[in-house]
Ligand binder design. Structure first.
Ligand SMILES: CC(C)=CCC/C(C)=C/CC/C(C)=C/CC/C(C)=C/[C@@H]1[C@@H](COP(=O)(O)OP(=O)(O)O)[C@]1(C)CC/C=C(\C)CC/C=C(\C)CCC=C(C)C
Ligand SMILES: [Mn+2]
Length: 340
């Protein structure tokens, strides 16, 4: 039975049983003159210049989404449509107790699976916090499709069904209470569906690809599975009303935070991933360093390996530096949670 069906089970039970998780062992479009594409290319190129810059194609694809997100926020600001309801108001209009319970359950899942993120969310305003919890849960469930105990049963078709379900919840037709929390959150904040779809695309990549030829390919993967989280989060975090930064630059910083996290994640999990048949490290960079897949599987820490890893860490740090510049542009109430 497809693993996807597991997530349509009843709303009761603890987070672990609902998710059926075991404890973890471990384009192109016209661009507005105000924000020339060259700037994005230069940001990403500068970040990655220490090794290999992502080709224009990956940068273009990701930049298109950044522009879309930024345009959506500008539109909402112009129309003064960003009328974020307080939780009490939300209760009255959307069936109160059940919705509150749904959000609480999202918080429990976040607390259980991501202690550091959870602590960060505790520093947020209550309404933002619960929206981030709902986003967290959707991301975690999406990742569990390809990494969880039922991963062996997950096919591209199952991911297509998960995407159909995503479309439904964005149109106000949630399948379960976690979806209901997210449906409510995306109705209150100007969150676009594209980054969610792109995350599913990243999971499709994980099903069919286990090697990355160069950093361009890896960058696109990192965008799909983690940069997208930054783009989902900014509309909830909010940009400071006094900020003089362009909306696009804030989205770029958020994207960088996701990419930085994912690169770090990849460096941390090299051994575990390799044992599962996945090597995310760029093959051309490994070869230039005189390293092979066999060296990774052997797990021996050599000077060659140390030298290689130092360069990888340097690149991840540059993405973190890029992200840090954007944090000060966020709404004051969201800066500490992100820094934390
Ligand atoms: C301007 C500016 C800097 C704004 C900040 C915007 C912001 C809050 C960005 C958050 C970026 C971020 C923390 C991304 C998380 C990336 C991540 C951990 C991706 C993981 C991918 C798959 O990797 P893998 O399978 O190798 O990993 P595991 O071993 O399984 O862990 C993911 C697992 C995809 C799913 C992502 C999540 C479950 C995390 C989602 C997190 C949030 C919604 C919380 C963000 C909130 C705070 C407070 C940072
Ligand atoms: Mn995972």
């Amino acid at each position: 039975m497809s693993g996807v069906l597991l997530w349509v089970v009843g709303p009761k039970g603890n987070a672990a049983s609902l998710f059926n998780l075991e404890p973890r062992t471990s384009k192109k479009q016209r661009r507005p003159r105000s924000y020339p594409r060259a700037r994005v290319v230069s940001v990403v190129s500068a970040i990655s210049s220490s090794v290999v810059s992502p080709s224009r194609s990956s940068v273009d694809r990701v930049y298109e989404v950044v522009l879309k997100q930024a345009a959506l926020v500008r539109e909402q600001r112009r129309e003064k449509a960003l009328d974020v309801k307080k939780p009490e108001e939300a209760e009255g209009s959307t069936g109160g107790d059940l919705l509150n319970e749904a959000y609480e359950r999202c918080g429990e899942v976040c607390a259980e699976y991501a202690k550091t993120f959870y602590l960060g969310t505790l520093l947020m305003t209550p309404e933002r916090r619960r929206a981030v919890w709902a986003i967290y849960v959707w991301c975690r469930r999406t990742d569990e499709l390809v990494d969880g105990p039922n991963a062996a049963h997950i096919t591209p078709k199952a991911l297509d069904r998960w995407e159909k379900r995503l479309n439904d919840l964005f149109e106000g037709r949630p399948y379960d209470m976690f979806d209901a929390a997210l449906a409510d959150a995306v109705s209150k904040y100007p969150v676009d569906i594209q980054p969610f779809k792109d995350m599913i695309e990243g999971m499709r990549l994980d099903l069919r690809k286990s090697r990355y030829m160069n950093f361009d390919e890896l960058y696109l993967y990192c965008y799909y599975v983690a940069g997208t989280v930054g783009l989902m989060s900014v509309p909830v975090m909010g940009i400071a009303p006094e900020s003089k930064a362009s909306t696009e630059s804030v989205y770029n910083a958020a994207l960088a935070l996701g990419v930085a996290n994912q690169l770090t994640n990849i460096l941390r999990d090299v051994g575990e991933d390799a044992r599962r048949g996945r090597i995310y490290l760029p093959q051309d960079e490994l070869a230039r360093a005189g390293l092979s897949d066999a060296d990774i599987l052997r797990g021996k820490v050599t000077d060659k390996w140390r030298g290689f890893m130092k360069e990888q860490i340097k690149r991840a740090r540059k993405f973190f530096d890029e992200a840090e510049k954007g944090v000060v542009e966020l709404d004051a109430a969201s800066r500490w949670p992100v820094m934390a």
